[in-house]
Design a binder for this molecule. Structure first.
Ligand code: NDP
Length: 241
């Protein structure tokens, strides 16, 4: 059967660009009412049916909490917003480290709390997908803040799964390899860096946005009704190698 999200309200953080934007458009196409959160480019959704752009800076936890709590009913949440900061460990800037942790980890928790409260209050059978990374279980040079934040996100997925599952909310994670979005290009467009990474991916290619979106849609849908607490690689086999 086809996936149909008609009647569901979905929230996608970092919905203005890259993987998040592709997810927003796909969920709307599949019938959901989608709230696309971000700080810029919200006007791009003005004429897109079923999509509403909502300003939300996850770098400001208290302001973001207020915005997320004010979104109303949430049936589906995609914790996609994420940032990176690249520098060698010994010169890793602590303010930048904390910013990455605030947006990637605290932001996902705060959005998860808002979604959980909305679902529990209505006894709705909701679903949450956290967008983590292949970087959650390995160390990549210069990626200290990012790798630490994604390792924490995987643990957040497990915590959310353990606590929310008994009350009807499914929570899973997708862990993509490199996708050449703005973020992916910043870290991997240099061929000298990309070549050894590609060599570690058995399918010998980076992921496309659609590869990640398809996995997110599956995990949000009833087709994944017994899939819970999964950390799903979308990595062309990087973790298997
Ligand atoms: P992009 O840089 O293309 O997009 C990031 C999104 O996050 C934007 O919509 C941006 O919106 C939003 N965002 C950034 N900072 C904030 C903030 N302070 N508050 C709210 N929203 C914010 O990234 P990708 O699409 O590549 O990444 C999406 C997710 O996928 C991230 O979690 C990333 O870690 C993960 N991922 C990416 C990979 C890759 O290679 N690209 C590989 C594996 C995982 P705005 O600027 O409007 O605020």
């Amino acid at each position: 059967y086809a996936v149909d999200f008609t009647g569901k309200t979905a929230v996608v953080t970092g919905g203005t660009k890259g993987i998040g934007r592709a997810t927003v458009l796909k969920l709307a196409q599949l019938g959901a009412n989608v709230k696309a959160l971000g700080r810029s480019g919200l006007e791009q959704f003005a004429d897109v049916p079923n999509v509403e752009g909502v300003y939300c800076d996850l770098g400001n936890t208290s302001e973001a909490t207020e915005i997320l709590n004010g979104l109303g009913d949430i049936d589906l949440l995609v914790n996609n917003a994420g940032i990176t900061y690249l520098a060698p460990l010994e010169t890793h800037d602590i303010a930048e480290f904390e910013k990455v942790m605030t947006v990637n980890v605290t932001g996902s928790l705060v959005a998860g709390q808002a979604a959980a409260r909305s679902m529990l209050a209505r006894q709705a059978k909701g679903a949450i997908v956290n967008v983590s990374s292949q970087a959650s279980t390995v160390g990549l040079p210069d990626h200290t803040a990012y790798c630490v934040s994604k390792g924490a996100m995987d643990q957040l997925t497990r915590m959310m799964a353990v606590e929310l599952g008994p009350r009807g909310i499914r929570v899973n994670s997708v862990n993509p390899t490199v996708v050449l979005t703005d973020m992916g290009k910043a870290a991997w467009s240099d061929e000298a860096k990309a070549a050894p990474m590609l060599a570690r991916i058995p399918l010998r290619r980076f992921a496309e946005e659609e590869d990640v979106v398809d996995a997110i849609v599956y995990l949000l849908s009833e087709r994944a009704g017994m899939v819970h607490g999964a950390i799903l690689p979308v990595d062309g086999g990087f973790w298997a190698a």
